[in-house]
Write a protein that binds this ligand. Structure first.
Ligand code: IVH
Length: 722
């Protein structure tokens, strides 16, 4: 790991230097900044502060293990900004402030790689890998009985990059291009916090070095990017994490690169020379060790997802293991790469013009396939939004058969030029729902039909409307049968009233029987009739009745969010439930009441007011109440009051390692209920560290601090029971 003692000491001194008064100057922009800078310069330098900030960026972005809080990082960042404002000559390309500046633009000019960026040969199963092992032994003159050691690592599905450091400074970054030359993208790469701006190669007698890696976007961040687009009414969604990452590296607006949350993994040390130009690669006789070395300089490299395997069987087993787990992995991977670990063996084997002979990709089963778009159907949502859904010839994608795919909205279909009868490329990427990547216009034979978006609701035939600033067409008929059913499905779902064992198929059935004319009827079912239905019996009817009765006592926050009021979700429902004694109090709420509540916006207010003005809705709620549904604020709805003698009052707490007695969220909630505040990093501000299994660096750090109380899960639980 990075020699971090000095940096940690420096950080502590700086945080001490930042007294409350000085923190105020930095955060509130008071005008004694000159004095603050003078005082700073007595004990510290800009360069030192910059190094400290780079170190903490690495802890956060590369190691996922920050040792200062976000607030403390922001303070230090504000400080360096002030120093540079005060003295412009301090600004250099290596300053962390330049990660968030748009002053420099990549040239995108074609540049030659120091060594060609080759491709990889492919394999698809264990037998292919055994053949590879045989050819390795032949080429390297190894006895077939002997084992070859392989390093196996993920095959990242992003954009290839090559990065050059000269004299410890990042000087150039480029895309793969045609393998010999790529596009220069240095300024964009500088925006990635997983790429150090400077690294101490000189400690290893290296003056110039080229690293290979892959830029990619974590799957959950990709989801977030599209959710933000949808929220903003932008129908032009990102197609997949890979294209979003490669596109993000090629934009002229380097700030856009920063916004996309792109990260970079390094997987190859491809070139390293001293100041005389002599190769320094021999310092590492193992690929695995060379990657560990890069990790120690602050680069992000594969960790548990990389393994040094003692022979090809172990390599095959590791590939299969990750093929199973690929959906749980935070990044898109399309296979594993099996590399001969010994560098001298690699050199003996050499490369073809296309790929190295010492490495091979093990490709996972395809997630992309072509299929025929048979038809487009239209679904009506609980607030009337019409979603077009493509029906395609079923295709198997990474083990799941896909036959229906959402097309989001009319604009999406037009922007992708999708027609009924088209051949389309379909992709299912990890836990991302399947989507249509593109259509193939070249394959059309003239029989394809362009989409004519319906003018009327497919369920109730009411004319559709398209509210300004919204992407979807809507059916405005609140009584529309499809909407009524969707609202009931949602009402009983886990997210809302959470009625166990009561799903859409029961609702459809009871609705057809004429038993469910409104949501309230759910609470007035005739179980004698139900038990006589085919497939039911006394037991199942009783069970259903128990589950429905149980839900009647739910907190009103659940009831409120179960009503499907547009934009009025779980969080807003919780906030409002804290403020009322009875659900029907909302009949008397006007704009000003909503305005008083932080985080409730005017749109929610308008929709809730409209809902409670509607006589039919009030009747429905009153009916529910008469059937025993709770409409009064419950204890669970009230804001949490922590007793003054709660066991963890005023303490900060952090959970680390794998918890075995409880989930992490659950543990944090318990701690909060007991008066504690959850924080995310080990620092001198931390009071208690609860360690589960396989606790790592956080535990070490806490032990080193000596001020943190360290306890096991059991000890934590005992403490709470007091
Ligand atoms: S090694 C000379 N390792 O796959 C070594 N490549 O088809 C060749 N890739 O363009 C590359 N993950 O961008 C290597 N762990 C990994 C990789 C990896 C993804 C990409 C790489 C290259 C392509 C080769």
């Amino acid at each position: 790991m990075i020699p971090s003692n000095e940096i940690q000491q420096g950080t502590n001194q700086l945080l001490q230097f930042l007294t409350d008064e000085r923190r105020n100057i930095l955060t509130k922009g008071a005008n004694d900044i000159e004095q603050l800078i003078k005082d700073f310069s007595k004990d510290f330098t800009h360069q030192q502060l910059n190094e400290i900030l780079q170190f903490h960026e690495m802890r956060y972005a590369v190691m996922n293990d920050p040792i200062i809080t976000d607030f403390e990082y922001d303070l230090l960042f504000k400080l360096i900004e002030q120093l540079e404002n005060h003295d412009n000559s301090l600004v250099s390309k290596d300053s962390v402030t330049q990660r968030v500046s748009s002053d420099h633009v990549s040239s995108f000019e074609t540049v030659n790689h120091l060594v060609p960026m080759l491709s990889l040969d492919n394999s698809y199963n264990g037998d292919d890998l055994r053949d590879f092992d045989t050819s390795v032994k032949k080429l390297a003159n190894i006895n077939p009985e002997e084992d070859v050691i392989y390093t196996v690592e993920p095959k990242f599905d992003g954009g290839s990059i090559a990065i050059i450091y000269k004299n410890d400074q990042l000087t150039r970054a480029a895309t793969r291009g045609n393998g010999t030359a790529g596009d220069e993208i240095t300024e964009n790469i500088r925006k990635l916090k997983t790429i150090p701006l400077t690294a101490k190669f000189s400690d290893y007698n290296i003056a110039e070095v080229e690293l290979r890696g892959e830029a990619l976007i974590p799957k959950d961040h990709f989801k977030k990017l599209n959710e933000e687009k949808i929220k903003a009414g932008d129908t032009n969604l990102y197609a997949n994490p890979r294209n979003t990452a490669t596109g993000g590296l090629r934009t002229k607006d380097a700030m856009e690169t920063a916004r996309r949350g792109i990260e970079a993994f390094i997987f190859q040390l491809s070139y390293a020379v001293d100041s005389e130009g002599s190769s320094q690669l021999e310092q590492w006789n193992s690929h695995y060790a060379s990657i560990d070395f890069l990790s120690s300089l602050g680069f992000k490299v594969p960790t548990i997802e990389k393994k040094k395997c003692k022979n090809i069987d172990e390599a095959i087993a590791f590939c299969s293991y990750w093929e199973e787990k690929r959906d749980d992995y935070a990044y898109e991977i399309d296979g594993m790469v099996v590399k001969v670990d010994a560098i001298d063996l690699q050199e003996r084997m050499g490369s073809t013009s296309h790929h190295p002979r010492w490495a091979i990709a093990y490709k996972f089963k395809a997630k992309q396939a072509t299929s025929k778009l048979l038809n487009i159907e239209y679904q009506v949502g609980k607030i009337g939004s019409i979603t077009p859904v493509a029906k395609i010839s079923p295709v198997a994608l990474a083990g799941v058969t896909v036959s229906s795919i959402s097309l989001h909205n009319e604009e999406f279909i037009h922007s992708k030029d999708i027609r009924i009868g088209d051949t389309v490329l379909v992709e299912r990427a990890g836990d991302v729902i399947p989507y249509i990547v593109k259509s193939f216009p070249d394959l059309r034979d003239g029989s394809e039909k362009e989409l004519i978006f319906p003018k009327a609701c497919p369920s109730c035939n009411t004319e559709l409307v398209k509210p300004e600033n919204e992407a979807a067409w809507r059916c405005p008929n609140y009584q529309c049968e499809a909407q009524v059913l969707q609202r009931m499905y949602y009402h009983v779902s886990k997210d809302a009233m959470n009625i166990d064992g009561f799903g859409p198929s029961y609702i459809d059935r009871f609705y057809e029987m004429g038993w469910l004319n409104s949501m309230a009827d759910i609470y007035n079912l005739d179980y004698d009739q139900i038990q006589n239905l085919e497939g039911f019996g006394q037991k199942s009817a009783e069970k259903l009745s128990q589950n429905i009765n149980k839900s009647k006592a739910n907190p009103i926050s659940r009831l409120l969010s179960s009503l499907s009021i547009h934009h009025f979700g779980k969080r807003a429902s919780k906030l409002i439930a804290q403020e009322i004694d009875h659900v029907l109090d909302l009949q008397n709420w006007g704009d000003e009441k909503f305005e008083e509540i932080k985080d409730i916006g005017p749109v929610v207010a308008k929709n809730v007011i409209a809902y409670f003005k509607e006589e039919a809705n009030i009747e429905m709620l009153k009916q529910m109440e008469s059937y025993g549904v709770n409409l009064k604020q419950t204890e669970a709805d009230k804001p949490k009051q922590v007793a003054a003698d709660a066991p963890l009052i005023g303490k900060t707490i952090l959970f680390t390692g794998t918890l075995t007695k409880m989930g992490r969220k659950e543990a944090q909630q318990m701690a909060e209920n007991a008066g504690a505040k959850n924080i995310s990093a080990v620092s001198k501000n931390l009071n208690i560290l609860v360690v589960g299994e396989k606790a790592g660096s956080k535990l070490k750090k806490a032990q080193a601090l000596e001020t943190v109380e360290i306890m096991t899960e059991d000890e934590f639980l005992t403490l709470l029971s007091k």
